[in-house]
Design a protein around this ligand. Structure first.
Ligand code: FDA
Length: 491
């Protein structure tokens, strides 16, 4: 299907993978370590003591993918599906309890076909956000897609878990903009929206990756953007009380700005200077994008957030595509189409939470002071911890909390990475919340397993939507072929 279309559709992305023509890699293959490590984002899971797969399979077509699922089942290997490899807990290329497994890596399934006329795109799940954004932005300067900011994230994982980004206050999550999908189930069948059924189509749009089957491709709704957007990244430095005051105020401003505005906070650990807070000052940055011209951004932000001291020279107008490259830390928009560029590889542990009422100024000062005593940034941002606050409100508040499995909508002011979370975002996986503890490649579920999952991570990620996810899982994968440490267990 894709091959037939290839010559007529544009743009078709050039793959940048040296192992492009390999269909699988075994531990004895020269390419094995390169292929396996290629997209591992969290280096904790690249260490030698982490169990390795019996093979990495690289399907190049839907048929290959169907064959790979059946082959893995016949050889009693657990299946791990990987698109961009950004899982916070390495769930796309590890198993619990050293259960033997195969990685089905979709890196070769990265084709994107944009239909600017209908403002839709079909994208294979192995495409990165950068590859998708580049294809969309090249097809029309007035079209975009609403998802995350890191260009090397895979569509397979981010859409499966929601997908929040700079356009989400205006257009919702990536999962809110899925029109159709092709899901390869545990029997190797390719199901579309009509044949997979309502519960399963609901579950794959935010219920987390790895539970339902392999999403081969997504049909996406593209969204309108002006020819120029305004972007900025504002660094502010000062004493703890001053910076805490700015962040405290931000809580009231950012979630209630017009939908066209996105204004986030990035607060790194360590004070200003090379040794931790030696001069007593701390830094914070406010990054943002406004779907409109500079003068509108300036007047709205000066009025609603005068404490920020925004000046015109701190704002720049550019196309949405160039802005996207800039937020991804890339030099040019064309770099977005190279899945090997802009890949962050670090040892990290992430935690997420949602804030529903503003943190007091006093507590905020405590947080800022505490973070200032953490390790400072070294070199390319390595070594430091950080907190990112992502504003909700706008469309995020208008979409119902059970329209998709992602329940954190109206009433949520912002998303945050925070200790001792009470709620969490499934794309920011956190195994501290609890795990399934599977000991075999398939099966192993029970009522107790469902109850355990519900009361720990299930409710934190999905709230009241958890029960419907269990129903969808039981319908599409009763044998629990697609499982991982925090997959939805069937009944
Ligand atoms: P990966 O391939 O590791 O898959 C993640 C999960 O989905 C695994 O369980 C996997 O089995 C499953 N899966 C993958 N492909 C599948 C498929 N085709 N079908 C079914 N299941 C599949 N999030 C966000 O919303 N906004 C953001 O801006 C960012 N930014 C960000 C930056 C960085 C540096 C990291 C490491 C992560 C983010 N994230 C994010 C979180 C990100 O959305 C989350 O980690 C995604 O699950 C990653 O998707 P990948 O396909 O890259 O991961």
């Amino acid at each position: 299907h894709w091959r037939r279309r290839r010559r007529r559709t544009q743009p078709l992305l050039l793959p940048h993978l040296p192992w492009r023509h390999e269909l699988h890699s075994l531990p004895t293959s020269p390419s094995y370590a390169t292929v396996l490590n290629s997209s591992i984002s969290n280096l904790r899971f690249a260490l030698p003591d982490v169990g390795k797969p019996a093979a990495v399979v690289l399907p190049a077509s839907k048929r290959d993918l169907q064959g790979a699922v059946l082959c893995a089942r016949n050889s009693s290997l657990a299946i791990r599906v990987r698109s961009g490899g950004h899982s916070y807990e390495g769930l796309s290329y590890t198993t619990e309890n050293r259960v033997p497994f195969v990685v089905i890596d979709l890196a070769n399934l990265n084709r994107v076909r944009v239909d600017a006329g209908s403002a839709t795109a079909w994208a294979e799940s192995g495409a990165t956000l950068g590859e998708l954004y580049y294809a969309v932005g090249r097809s029309s300067r007035s079209l975009a897609f609403s998802a995350g900011s890191c260009s090397t994230i895979g569509l397979g994982g981010i859409v499966s878990g929601g997908g929040f980004g700079l356009l989400s206050r205006k257009f919702g999550l990536a999962a809110d903009n899925v029109l159709d999908a092709v899901l390869v189930d545990a029997d190797g069948r390719a199901l579309d929206r009509a044949t997979m059924g309502r519960d399963v189509f609901w579950a794959i749009r935010g219920g987390g990756g790895g539970s339902w089957g392999v999403v081969y491709a997504w049909k996406l709704r593209l969204v309108p953007v002006p020819r120029n957007v305004t972007v900025f990244s504002l660094g502010r430095t000062g004493p703890v009380e001053l910076i805490a005051g700015l962040i405290h105020r931000w809580q009231f401003v950012a979630p209630s700005l017009p939908d066209d505005f996105y204004l986030s906070v990035y607060l790194p650990t360590g004070g200003v200077g090379s040794s931790s807070s030696s001069d007593g000052n701390v830094s914070v940055s406010f990054s943002g994008q406004v779907l409109g011209p500079k003068h509108r951004a300036l007047s709205a932000l000066r009025q609603s957030f005068p404490e920020l001291g925004l000046t015109e020279s701190e704002l720049a107008e550019t196309s949405w595509l160039d802005a996207t490259a800039q937020f991804a830390g890339l030099d040019t928009a064309a770099d977005l189409s190279n899945r090997l560029l802009g890949r962050s590889k670090q040892y990290f542990k992430g935690k997420s939470d949602y804030v529903r009422s503003p943190i007091s100024r006093r507590a905020m000062a405590g947080i800022v002071r505490y973070l200032s005593t953490g390790p400072p940034r070294q070199g390319q941002g390595q070594g430091a911890g950080y907190v990112i606050l992502d504003p909700y409100g706008g469309a995020m508040a208008r979409i119902g909390s059970s329209d998709t499995p992602c329940p954190h909508r109206a009433g949520t002011l912002y998303g945050v990475q925070y200790q001792e979370p009470r709620a969490a975002y499934v794309n920011y996986l956190d195994l501290d919340l609890g795990t399934n503890n599977w000991t075999a490649s398939v099966g192993g579920s029970s009522e107790a397993a469902v109850a355990r999952a519900r009361s720990s991570w299930g409710v934190a990620y999905f709230g009241d939507n958890f029960n419907r996810l269990v129903r969808a899982k039981t319908a599409v994968d009763p044998g629990n072929v697609f499982n991982n440490a925090q997959s939805i267990p069937p009944l």
